[in-house]
Design a protein around this ligand. Structure first.
Ligand code: HEM
Length: 468
């Protein structure tokens, strides 16, 4: 009745569940659910109900630009639950709101400058070399997502906490166990994380933990132990997050409105680990998957990589930025497989869309069905086809926003540069030494797992690796 009163079209809801039953019973992924709604409604926007909560879905690229960029001051918050019942969780930036988020974000932005990321390259490179040595010992059929998980566990443990995770040497290494509990499938994760996104009031009321408390405690402990060791042996040697935070601390301006106390710094370390893990793994492994299925693209990409390695006598930060076809392949992967298939915002105050009589009330969740847009023929011809060439002159967002793998506006992905450089480096290392090929277990097309809010293949991404 809410949307009817406002004169906003709403696909027919069912009692109790509203339009949400298929996601609620894990029958469809969030991405597929929003895409089905997007495909049947031919309007700039429409209403839905998540149980009894009205939410607005935007289809028009122009309205999306308004919400994410032009009028972003009205839409600074995400819809996610705010876990004020747990201090450690409430320090995670993507769960923060209003002034608290603003202050935290501006303090953390310098951590991701190109200079800082460039300084991390030797660390990333040495972890990629360990992966390569492991792959040389284990060619044949491999579950490539599992390999990428080991790699990112190692990279993040080093870049964030300054410790060696030993994922390639020991199957049951502690960090690997932690990342498995954080991201591996469990009904607990599926239910709690879906509730944080879509039933935030319930998640707050039930005092649920987005990340299991024991894991938070463990990661805090690792952080504090690393800081303790650094105090003893000296900072600024590892170029990792702990050194960067220490450097920021020592330059601290007393007028700053946020104090990065050690508890907040530890929370940021956890946040980095959490937000950088599945996102980067997904991008590396789906690219390899598509390269198995598109051997001409793989050959072209390998030719670019080998030429660059020979020109620069190795792999450098600048050479990674120079490889245009590599960049196009990754952007095509992020179009077909955006790890977060939708964006969410909540309006801070009642807001009337200019030129319309649509007013959304304070607190109303707003969704951008970005995967549906990435698969819309109107914007991307033959959307099922993996075609990196469509990114030759990347001008998709000229008239409104249609391509959004990292979101947009002040609340976009803070780790884009780090995610892209890690993805590029891992792909260069793998493709310069191995052919990747389809095996009988390679899923084609990929079937996504409805139990995960993020886009994940139901059966992993197995393929054959063959030394060149
Ligand atoms: C290829 C890899 C990645 C992809 C596709 C990706 C994608 C995204 C997307 C779609 C958002 C939401 C943006 C919005 O709502 O407008 C986001 C937010 C975020 N990402 Fe990433 N991400 C990636 C890597 C990383 C990495 C490596 C980090 C490392 C720290 C990171 C940290 C974050 C954080 C902290 C936020 C929340 C920002 C805020 O609330 O202000 N991401 N990411």
């Amino acid at each position: 009745a809410y949307w009817k009163k406002k004169g906003v079209h709403c696909p027919k809801p069912v009692p109790i569940f509203g339009n949400f039953s298929e996601v609620c019973f894990f029958q469809k992924t969030v991405g597929d659910w929003l895409q089905n709604l997007y495909d049947i409604v031919h309007l700039d926007y429409f209403g839905i109900y998540i149980f009894d909560q009205p939410a607005l879905v935007l289809k028009s690229p122009e309205l999306i630009r308004r919400v994410l960029i032009q009028d972003s001051v009205n839409f600074i918050n995400k819809t996610l639950a705010e876990p004020n019942h747990d201090e450690a969780l409430s320090n995670l930036m993507f769960l923060q709101k209003d002034e608290r988020w603003k202050a935290f974000r501006s303090r953390m932005t310098p951590v991701f400058s190109s200079k800082k990321i460039k300084a991390l390259l030797p660390t990333l490179d040495s972890e990629c070399r360990k992966m390569k040595a492991y792959l040389v010992r284990n060619t044949g059929i491999l579950e490539c997502k599992g390999i990428c998980e080991k790699l990112m566990t190692n990279i993040l443990a080093r870049c964030v906490f300054g410790v060696d995770a030993h994922s390639f040497e020991e199957e049951d290494a502690e960090f690997r166990r932690i990342s498995k509990v954080m991201f591996g499938f469990s009904w607990r994760n599926a239910v709690v994380q879906s509730m944080y996104f879509f039933m935030p009031r319930w998640a707050e009321w039930l005092r649920l933990h987005f990340i299991e408390k024991s894991i938070m405690d463990y990661l805090h402990r690792v952080y504090f132990e690393s800081v303790k060791a650094r105090k003893k042996y000296g900072f600024n040697k590892m170029n990792d997050l702990i050194d960067i935070i220490h450097e920021m601390e020592s330059k601290k301006n007393s007028n700053e409105d946020i104090d990065i106390d050690s508890f907040k710094a530890a929370a940021f370390a956890v946040q980095f680990f959490f937000a950088g893990f599945e996102t980067t793994i997904s991008t590396i492994s789906f690219t390899l998957h598509e390269l198995c299925l598109n051997l001409n693209v793989q050959d072209k990409l390998r030719a670019e990589i080998l030429a660059s390695i020979s020109k620069h006598r190795g792999i450098t930060y600048d050479s990674l930025l120079e490889m245009k076809y590599l960049d196009m392949c990754i952007h095509e992967t992020l179009r077909k497989y955006p790890v977060l298939p939708f964006l969410d915002r909540a309006c801070n105050e009642d807001y009337t869309f200019p030129g319309s009589n649509l007013t959304v009330e304070k607190g109303t969740p707003i969704y951008v069905p970005l995967r549906a847009m990435h698969m819309d023929e109107q914007y991307f011809s033959e959307p099922q086809k993996f075609e990196p060439e469509r990114f030759i002159n990347r001008k998709y967002n000229e008239h409104g926003l249609v391509y959004l793998p990292f979101g947009a506006g002040p609340r976009n992905c803070i780790g884009e540069r780090f995610g892209l450089i890690s993805t590029k480096l891992a792909l260069v290392h793998i493709l310069s030494q191995f052919h990747v090929e389809k095996c009988t277990a390679t899923p084609d097309p990929v079937v996504f797992d409805p139990k995960s809010v993020m886009l994940q293949s139901k059966v992993g991404l197995p393929m054959t690796l063959r030394l060149i």
